[in-house]
Design a protein. Structure first.
Length: 408
């Protein structure tokens, strides 16, 4: 493997490496407080189809996530489609305006996503007679698989190896992906070579070629919308029903098939509501699935921050950095009746808590900045503390809750 750096060491570096004869690119964000004596967790963010790593950085705020969580954030970049048959047929479909919503052949993860040949024939319409000449291998196989001969699992592992070798990355490796990047996240989790401790999937899916037969132990956080017209909630061009993917995954990590469910508080008046489902493993509190289902959000709205009632970045940060596999949370007891919410988060001045009890707000060094009883209206006034990141701790009898909050 040959590696080069194209800019000097800083909070952001653009890096390249050779993997299986291809030059691969990735961005590395280190926290502003980075030093050579500290080991850091890694959050790997996988972009949607058609996005470069730089494009994705513009909508995902990696430097802020790095600074707030004292973590290394890395954005690998997929290759353009390398299969000549797929390039030819999708160029033709594009010319005739036959491409499905959100689809192109730029920056395509080798997630195992397959399009059945019969569906390609339907899209081609009157031009279907040309398919046997343009894509004979796909016709023989019965499907066309995106970047089938590219090993992106190997690429992601090479990136992790480099981070652990040169950036003081520890073994807390988290992976989150959007759309086809979410599909790649699932494939990576199910790989026998996976190094992921937790994964997050945003409007993604389990691909047809992903081997899901093995037992795994990787918690999952999922966001999807019933109104998604690109990765369709009930199944579409590349995937089956999303909730089937999530339910199957939950059972793979030993969770009960029965989940708890609740409607998130309606904070934004935009015609969208969000339902939260939680799967738990009764024998292992570190294995769980968080599943957020929006009823009326478009595929692209998750990146624009328009989903009602939830901030998916904040939830993913809590999931990755502030749940039992990372923090000592043995004192936390959570049941359907003790689920809590603190919002808005981030906030400028006031924080609302849906559970009563005594609270403490500590800075990231553990120093107490505020404490008291949750008021009757649930509103805690934060105007007297500086703008920074804190840990909000709530105690109610034997129940102890912790959540990272951001005061703007």
């Amino acid at each position: 493997m040959l590696m080069t750096s194209v800019c000097s060491y800083a909070a952001l570096e653009t890096k390249t490496m050779m993997v299986d004869g291809y030059e691969r690119t990735y961005l590395v964000y280190t926290p502003s407080s980075y030093n050579d004596t500290t080991d850091y967790p890694v959050l790997m963010l996988l972009h949607p189809i058609g996005f470069s790593a730089t494009d994705f950085a513009e909508v995902s705020s990696p430097q802020t996530i790095s600074d707030v969580n004292n973590a290394i954030i890395v954005l690998p970049e997929a290759l353009d489609e390398q299969n000549d048959e797929i390039v030819k047929i999708f160029s033709m479909l594009s010319e005739y305006n036959k491409l499905p919503n959100g689809f192109n052949i730029n920056k395509v993860w080798s997630s195992g996503a397959r399009i059945q040949y019969s569906k390609i024939e339907q899209m081609a319409g009157n031009a279907a007679m040309l398919l046997s000449f343009l894509m004979p291998k796909a016709k023989a196989a019965g499907y066309a698989q995106l970047n089938e001969n590219i090993d992106d699992v190997k690429f992601l592992n090479e990136v992790i190896n480099e981070l652990q070798s040169s950036y003081h990355a520890n073994t807390d490796i988290f992976v989150a992906g959007v759309s086809l990047g979410g599909s790649m996240t699932y494939k990576y989790a199910f790989s026998p070579n996976s190094k992921a401790k937790k994964i997050g999937v945003v409007h993604g899916f389990v691909s047809a070629a992903t081997d899901t037969t093995q037992q795994i132990n990787i918690p999952l956080c999922v966001f999807h919308s019933q109104a998604d017209k690109v990765v369709e909630y009930n199944g579409g061009l590349l995937t089956g029903p999303i909730s089937d993917d999530v339910h199957s995954y939950a059972t793979k990590i030993g969770c009960d098939s029965i989940y708890t469910e609740e409607l998130m508080p309606n904070i934004k008046d935009d015609g969208i509501s969000v339902t939260y489902r939680k799967y738990t493993n009764p024998d292992d509190s570190t294995q769980f699935v968080w599943y957020y289902i929006a009823d009326n959000a478009a595929h692209q709205e998750i990146l624009n921050g328009n989903d009602n009632d939830i901030d998916y970045v904040t939830i993913l940060e809590e999931f990755f950095f502030f749940t039992p596999t990372i923090r000592d949370m043995d004192d936390v007891i959570e049941t359907p009746n003790t689920r809590w919410i603190v919002y808005p988060n981030p906030t400028k001045d006031y924080l609302y808590c849906t559970m009563k009890g005594e609270y403490e707000i500590t800075d990231m060094t553990g120093r107490v900045q505020m404490k008291g009883e949750i008021p009757e209206n649930g509103c805690v006034n934060l105007t007297d503390i500086p703008s920074q990141t804190y840990i909000f701790v709530l105690k109610n009898g034997q129940i102890v809750k912790k959540e990272r909050i951001v005061k703007k």
